[in-house]
Design a protein around this ligand. Structure first.
Ligand code: PLP
Length: 523
């Protein structure tokens, strides 16, 4: 590995101004790419068919009268367009992906192999149950593992992402309160450091959201929480480990206080990777918690695949969980308990989270991951993830401000602030500088409790060499931000586009391509 131990020096100003322009706008393999509509206009076609023989229409006047408006491209043109686009993307299979809170770990190929077996990949949700016994067995076995690992009582497998799982858990809480005749409990308490999906979920489910302050060391303020509890509080949503990368040590005391006040405890379990095999959330008094299979259990996410967010439930909330669920019979056969088969066994279910049974491909991958690690291997996952994060934290705290480093070791992610940058230099400049170094930036400006936050989650699947290279790059970029290197303000220099107007893009996104008027034919 070629790591410049001295790091960045002021004379090392990066500039590509000297590069001559090219005819195409391409820079070697960094290719300029037009929109597909601009490559193939809508008035041509990529294939040659003779005109269709005249036939009487059977569309009863519903025939298309306008051109279809799709770009006319040949197969190689279409293939090249998408292949070129894919090469402009960063991926976990390309390099280190330090995005905090997202757990971007390697997706083992063994999982992919198993998920592609025809018996799993080709099942249809409406197939006769006796023909999908193996698939039901996978769903059921994964459910048993997740319940065991979390020490909980029941599970809903259908939610299709973390946020969907949050909604599922909150709807269970809502149903349980309604069953107790306590629909007046309308407030959900959420810590300041919460992931944005938590307050959004509570609001979407009809609750009012109130903040719980954090202590100076980055944890939930137990005294402030206790002071707010009362007959209008439905429950709390607490992320543990939290988004500052810290374990909420008072979790059991929080749960006891919330329960004593008649509320329920929702735990955002997206950060389960830091504690899997070490802590059982059920022992901490949690009533509902989603698990991101696409984080902790290595199923692909981002552009790589759909998510999956099963929710584990306490004994108190299990009766309200959604349908369907799998049931294993004494003779070893599986059934799926649905509305029509539920009878009097699950009468309090709040309904369904999705049309069918969840993400089969993700279930298969997650179970393959669990079985290939075993219980001891999963515990080591958590230990190594925490070790890697602490290595990053301690290797950078002399060049970047680490506001909670005084709170002791972190869990799975290391949090830094923009304190100490040169005048006018921000977290954004550091993130852009990392792009030139060939890394996907870390999560920036989240959590909100820290000014100019930078959240680095290395996960356990990075080697020490990979971490050292990233640390070296980040040290160098941080030194440039501290020294006020003007070239950093222009970063990234080596990406197809430098700084976009992100505010304008967010406020006024142009999502629809409008066909330009055709030039008028000469008279
Ligand atoms: C990722 C994440 C979520 C949301 O999960 P999705 O699968 O993206 O919906 C919620 N909370 C935390 C802390 C997360 O990291």
């Amino acid at each position: 590995m070629s790591l410049n131990p001295a790091g960045w020096r002021p004379e090392m100003v990066v500039s590509d101004n000297a590069a001559p322009p090219t005819f195409t706008g391409n820079k070697a393999l960094m290719l300029e790419e037009a929109l597909i509509f601009e490559i193939g206009d809508t008035h041509t076609t990529g294939v040659d068919f003779g005109s269709a023989p005249a036939a009487a229409s059977r569309l009863a006047g519903l025939e298309r009268t306008q051109p279809i408006g799709l770009p006319g491209l040949s197969e190689p043109e279409a293939v090249r367009h998408y292949t070129r686009l894919s090469r402009q993307n960063y991926a976990i299979d390309l390099g280190f992906f330090p995005l905090g809170s997202c757990t971007m770990k390697h997706n083992p190929r063994l999982n992919e192999r198993l998920a592609r077996l025809p018996g799993f990949a080709d099942v249809h949700p409406l197939q006769p149950r006796e023909t999908v016994q193996g698939a039901l067995a996978v769903i059921n076995e994964l459910a048993v593992w997740l319940i065991t690992l979390t020490g909980m009582h029941g599970i809903a497998m259908a939610p299709k992402a973390g946020a969907h799982g949050e909604l599922c858990g909150i709807l269970c809480i809502k149903s349980a309160l309604a069953a107790r005749g306590e629909g007046q409990r309308k407030v959900i308490l959420v810590p300041e450091s919460a992931h944005g999906t938590n307050p959004a979920t509570a609001a979407f489910a009809g609750f009012a959201v109130e903040d719980i302050p954090a202590t100076p060391e980055g944890r939930v303020d137990l005294a402030a929480l206790k002071a707010r509890l009362g007959p209008d509080v439905a429950g709390v949503m607490i992320t543990n480990p939290n988004t500052c990368g810290l374990f909420e040590r008072d979790m059991k005391a929080i749960s006891d206080a919330v329960h004593a006040a008649g509320g329920y405890v929702y735990c955002d379990g997206a950060n389960f990777n830091a504690i899997v095999g070490r802590v059982r959330p059920g022992d901490l008094g949690i009533d509902a918690m989603h698990i991101n299979l696409h984080k902790t259990f290595s199923t692909p996410h981002g552009g790589g695949g759909p998510g999956s967010g099963p929710v584990v439930l306490s004994e108190a909330l299990s009766p309200y969980g959604p349908l369907p669920f799998t049931e294993r019979h004494a003779d070893g056969r599986f059934t799926l308990v649905e509305e029509e088969t539920v009878g009097d066994r699950h009468p309090h279910s709040f309904g369904r989270m999705s049309a069918f049974h969840g993400q089969m491909g993700m279930f298969t991958r997650a179970l393959a991951y669990i079985l290939s690690h075993g219980a001891d291997g999963l515990r080591q996952v958590a230990e190594d993830a925490v070790l890697n994060a602490n290595y990053v934290l301690r290797s950078l705290e002399d060049v970047l401000d680490a506001p909670f480093a005084v709170s002791g070791p972190c869990m799975h992610e290391a949090l830094f602030s923009d304190d100490g940058m040169a005048e006018g230099f921000t977290t954004l400049d550091i993130a852009k500088g990392l792009i030139d170094e060939g890394f996907h930036p870390m999560t920036v400006y989240f959590p909100l409790v820290v000014h100019g936050a930078m959240l680095v989650e290395p996960t356990e699947t990075e080697s020490k060499a990979a971490l050292d290279q990233f640390i070296g790059a980040l040290r160098s970029v941080a030194a440039r931000a501290k020294a006020g290197d003007p070239a950093l303000k222009g970063a990234p220099h080596f990406a197809p586009r430098a700084r976009l107007d992100e505010t304008l893009a967010a406020r006024r996104p142009v999502l629809v391509w409008k066909e330009p008027a055709l030039p008028k034919a000469a008279e």
